[in-house]
Design a protein. Structure first.
Lengths: 340, 383
């Protein structure tokens, strides 16, 4: 048995409205909000980065669990915006959390699915007996070039999952991965902002990889979309998850509870997991949850999950924390993102 | 008589999984299959392409075609910006006039969507003057200037141009190979994000991938055997200054006027004989200018007549324009466009246009423009 022992999340306090970004560039905000399905996005403060947010989400995950800190022999950190290009964030995070020193630390990179690959690796580490628990953390302070389409969606946030094989609140029934060399989104060394292939990020990239990973795992487990209470997909915007869900046969009713991107934006590695957290806050014991991540470059990790009665024990405050926000204007947004 | 005996086009659109020469090969293979003519019977190939030298550092595409077809026949490359296709057809016709009884393929192709939009737009500006490039103009900017002058001179509004996009999107909805098969409303066109005032996104043709080819022959046996055939009545080219600043007037593209007049004289038919036409609607304003410059509409009438949707399929007008969906909605893979235009007229003249078939078609015309009118090719075909 393998699965999620506890989870934690961190949503920054600040939000910027899409209409405020659009007005700076003379764009029609109604069209942009309709086409992206995003009304506002979360913005990390100037003194926050992917490490500080990872610490916040990890603390919550550890607080929500009775697991012993010494049983965590692996910390896997996934991000597109680590504070250092060279120097691991996972070790700093582990040090802050009091995890020392006989442990495996690893920083993972695979665009928006950097952390979900860690869940699959954790399964191997735990199954091999190398560790009882693994802490997988997704965290990003994502930004797009001013006036680029990404500026409307790239957001900040973090989700931490403590994984293990006992005291599970979510059982991970099966998992798979589908990858290919598809350069739809990238950032070269020394270049501040990412580049992307426009609509190429859709059909041959996001849709193809999630569809392939999903059809493979569903077929293997002889399950179909009707077997699931919820479906969660990586959320680059508010449209793509609904489209890929429909391609696979999931209904809007199954997907909408996860669609927090509409008000939180796309926190890259944390985006899909933020949707998973949103669903875990409302799911009932024995519910099946379908989850598929997507990382540009490109790949998708797909998971079949089932809720256990342990999930009831977690305090459900996600909606409350989503609503705890203050709006900032574009100038303060630029300052928060250290663009000015 | 030089005749068109076959036409094949790939899908137009964002064809990320196929390279330029994948498209060329599909187009030529499709044409040979369609016409049931063996490649050994082909005497020459004319290849139309604008951007491969700029975007892919690949100028010797004619040799690549020889490699693909495992042939040693002559392969010529034509480049005249967006009029590359029309010019390739013109050159093929001259070749056939000089070499009676021969058969040639004219293939046009473009691969544009593998590149960032700014790279493609910059590449396209190779078709404009150095001064215009240095001033930061793009083709939407150049045609926006033409549109501003036209709308101002004849007291028209954006809606008069926008109607062209509505019509052409409707036609494209009937063309399975079109880049955009969605109908649009005039409100959507008028409300679309501005690219260069007054042109919005829905006034502008897209960046597309695609390849089209036609087979031309003056071999009477092949013409008799052909399942479908129509004849080339005339093909004429005219030129003008590359820069708008050197033009005498900007409410007209003189190259189209000159090429059109010569083509009608050579074909020996009247404007009113034309029932279908494919016009170079790279921007909505361009089709209005084209209709006037070719003499179908009087100068200055175009805006009003466009808004009446006179040339829309199913309306009572004498002439239907851009049944393919035009560049606007069928797509604009630059090198393929001029070939597709003639291919569409061929389909109409031979009753193969399916849902978008116009009845009682005896004559058709294609107008292919390079740059902002530096080159214009007008081709007239008869059933």
């Amino acid at each position: 048995m393998f699965g999620i022992v506890s989870y934690g999340y961190y949503i920054p306090h600040s939000r910027i409205k899409i209409e405020d970004i659009a007005s700076v560039w003379g764009k029609n905000s109604v069209d942009i909000i309709r086409s992206l399905g995003i009304k506002e996005k979360s913005v990390a403060a100037i003194d926050e980065d992917s490490l500080t947010m990872a610490y916040e989400s990890s603390c919550m995950a550890l607080k929500n669990s009775k697991a012993k800190i010494e049983d965590i022999k692996s910390v896997l950190f996934g991000s597109e915006s680590p504070p250092y290009a060279v120097n691991p964030t996972s070790t700093t995070l582990a040090y802050f959390l009091g995890i020392e020193r006989q442990y495996l630390a690893s920083d993972m990179q695979f665009a928006c699915k950097a952390a979900t690959g860690g869940i699959i690796m954790a399964n191997g580490l735990i199954a091999s007996g190398a560790t009882k628990n693994v802490l997988v953390v997704a965290s990003d302070k994502a930004t797009g070039r001013p006036h680029d389409a990404l500026e409307y969606t790239a957001a900040s946030g973090s989700v931490a999952l403590l994984l293990g094989k006992t005291n599970l609140m979510v059982r991970i029934v099966d998992m798979t991965s589908y990858s290919s060399d598809t350069p739809d989104f990238w950032r070269r060394e020394g270049i501040r902002y990412p580049s992307h292939g426009g609509r190429f990020t859709g059909k041959p990239s996001y849709f193809h990889h999630i569809f392939q990973a999903s059809t493979t795992i569903l077929k293997k487990n002889k399950m179909n979309p009707k077997d699931f209470a919820y479906a969660v997909f990586h959320m680059p915007n508010g449209k793509f998850p609904l489209v890929v869900g429909a391609m696979l046969g999931f209904t809007e009713k199954q997907i909408l509870p996860s669609l927090v991107v509409t008000t939180l934006g796309n926190s890259y590695t944390a985006s899909g997991l933020m949707g998973l957290v949103s669903v875990l806050e409302v799911a009932k014991p024995n519910d099946y949850i379908y989850f598929a991540s997507y990382g540009s470059g490109a790949g998708s990790d797909a998971f079949i999950m089932q809720v256990t009665p342990q999930l009831k024990k977690i305090k459900k405050e996600f909606k409350l924390k989503m609503g705890n926000k203050k709006y900032i204007d574009y100038a303060h947004y630029l300052k928060s993102m250290e663009i000015i | 008589m030089i005749s068109v005996v076959g036409y094949y086009s790939t899908q137009f659109g964002e064809l990320w999984e196929r390279s330029l020469f994948d498209l060329v090969k599909e187009s030529i293979d499709g044409l040979l299959k369609e016409t049931k003519i063996d490649k050994k019977e082909i005497d020459a190939i004319f290849f139309s392409n604008m951007m491969s030298g700029i975007l892919e550092n690949n100028l010797h595409g004619s040799s690549k075609i020889a490699q693909l077809l495992k042939t040693h026949i002559p392969v010529f490359r034509s480049e005249a910006a967006c009029a590359s296709g029309g010019m390739a057809v013109y050159l093929a016709i001259q070749y056939l006039k000089a070499n009676p009884g021969k058969t040639v393929i004219v293939v046009g192709a473009e691969k544009m969507t593998d590149f960032a939009p700014e790279e493609a737009v910059e590449g396209l500006m190779a078709a404009a003057s150095g001064e215009e490039q240095e001033a930061g103009l793009t083709f939407p900017g150049l045609y926006a200037l033409l549109a501003q002058i036209y709308l101002s001179k004849y007291n028209y509004k954006h809606s008069h141009m926008g109607a062209i996009s509505v019509k052409n999107h409707f036609h494209a909805s009937l063309n399975e190979k079109a880049h955009f098969k969605k109908k649009v409303t005039l409100e959507q066109v008028l409300g679309s994000p501005k690219i260069a005032w007054p042109l919005g996104v829905l006034d502008c043709s897209p960046i597309s991938d695609g390849a089209s080819s036609i087979m031309l022959t003056s071999d009477n046996i092949k013409i008799k055997k052909a399942k479908h055939t129509c004849c080339i009545l005339s093909s004429e080219i005219a030129s003008d200054s590359i820069s708008l600043t050197e033009r005498e007037k900007l409410n007209s593209l003189i190259s189209t006027v000159v090429a059109g007049n010569k083509a009608f004289r050579a074909a020996g038919i009247k404007r009113s004989d034309i029932r279908v036409a494919e016009l170079h609607d790279c921007f909505s304003i361009a089709e209005i200018l084209g209709m006037e410059d070719l003499g179908f509409w009087k100068k200055g009438e175009g805006g009003a007549r466009a808004l009446e949707y006179e040339t829309m399929l199913g309306n009572s007008g004498d002439m239907v324009v851009n049944t393919s969906g035009g560049l606007k909605a069928a797509g604009h893979p630059v090198g393929a466009t001029g070939i597709k235009q003639i291919g569409e007229v061929f389909l109409q003249l031979t009753g193969q246009a399916g849902k978008r078939q116009v009845q009682n078609v005896h004559y058709g015309l294609a107008q292919n423009v390079g740059g902002s009118g530096g080159t214009a090719v007008v081709t007239i075909l008869g059933a």
